[in-house]
Ligand binder design. Structure first.
Ligand SMILES: NC(=O)c1ccc[n+]([C@@H]2O[C@H](COP(=O)([O-])OP(=O)(O)OC[C@H]3O[C@@H](n4cnc5c(N)ncnc54)[C@H](OP(=O)(O)O)[C@@H]3O)[C@@H](O)[C@H]2O)c1
Length: 228
């Protein structure tokens, strides 16, 4: 870990797997072009918060989907997203239609389920739906598939999954570019560090599913802490 590049926690966020997932998922798989509209779900989480910022760096319009007014305000006011949809209060399909009247060009989906179905209704021609993850489905007893998948047909769109380790050979190049954007102040890294050591792991993990994190959630563990 090169701490001259950035402090250690940033190497778990923007310069770690979250930043790399955002980088390759958006740029290589989503292939956004300047002026296009990029929508990201789980937008106030670790990956999503970086996706929207990279979309802005690339000259796209960035719309985030997150839970609650505070998270939505954070995305717009602190991270520079163009707009945010509060999926807990808004009708997601209606708001996406309003915010992307020409349709969504790239949807980077971290959540799946109802949110994926809502965005599928408003795809631009040739849209790329990038499956990064399915947070709403990981603990579901029955997986909900996308019932609006036929929208891909009319939009001549594609839906594609990816795994970040497939890009391992290019991690150094991606890290250099991400670190450059951090240095230039074009990318904000946000880590939320919780104390408590190994014993606090279950509570820290549950925070992710309860939406209690902003950006990268990190559990601080002291050297020698075995949780015993
Ligand atoms: N493809 C790959 O190689 C790869 C690599 C790394 C990670 N991933 C995936 O990327 C996704 C995001 O990871 P992350 O580390 O950014 O997550 P994270 O920081 O843990 O973000 C979690 C956020 O997602 C939202 N969320 C949780 N459950 C939800 C639900 N049922 N419906 C809607 N939103 C929900 C919550 O925010 P709200 O308050 O907004 O609900 C929560 O704060 C995950 O699915 C992960 O598996 C993929």
């Amino acid at each position: 870990m090169d701490t001259s590049l950035a402090p250690a926690p940033v190497h778990l966020g923007v310069l770690g797997i979250s930043g790399l997932t955002a980088y390759f998922g958006l740029l290589d798989v989503g292939r956004p072009e300047p002026g296009q509209t990029v929508v990201v779900s789980g937008a106030a989480g670790s990956v999503g918060s970086i996706v929207g910022q990279i979309a802005r760096i690339k000259g796209c319009r960035a719309v985030g989907i997150a839970g609650g007014p505070e998270k939505c305000a954070w995305l717009v006011d602190e991270l520079g997203f163009d707009a945010a949809v509060d999926y807990k209060a808004d009708d997601v399909a209606d708001r996406v239609k309003e915010l992307a009247p020409e349709g969504v060009d790239v949807f980077l989906d971290n959540v799946g389920g109802e949110i994926l179905d809502a965005v599928l209704l408003h795809l631009a021609r040739g849209a790329r739906v990038v499956l990064s993850g399915g947070l709403s489905q990981y603990n579901a007893s029955e997986t909900r598939g996308p019932s609006n998948y036929l929208q891909l047909l009319g939009a001549r769109a594609s839906m594609i999954g990816f795994l970040t380790p497939d890009y391992a050979e290019r991690y150094p190049q991606a890290r250099r570019e991400l670190a450059g954007w951090l240095r230039e102040g074009r990318l904000v890294s946000h880590e939320q560090i919780v104390a408590g050591g190994v014993r606090a792991f279950p509570d820290a993990l549950l925070k992710l599913y309860a939406g209690e994190n902003l950006g990268k959630l990190i559990l601080a563990v002291a050297v020698g802490d075995s949780g015993a």
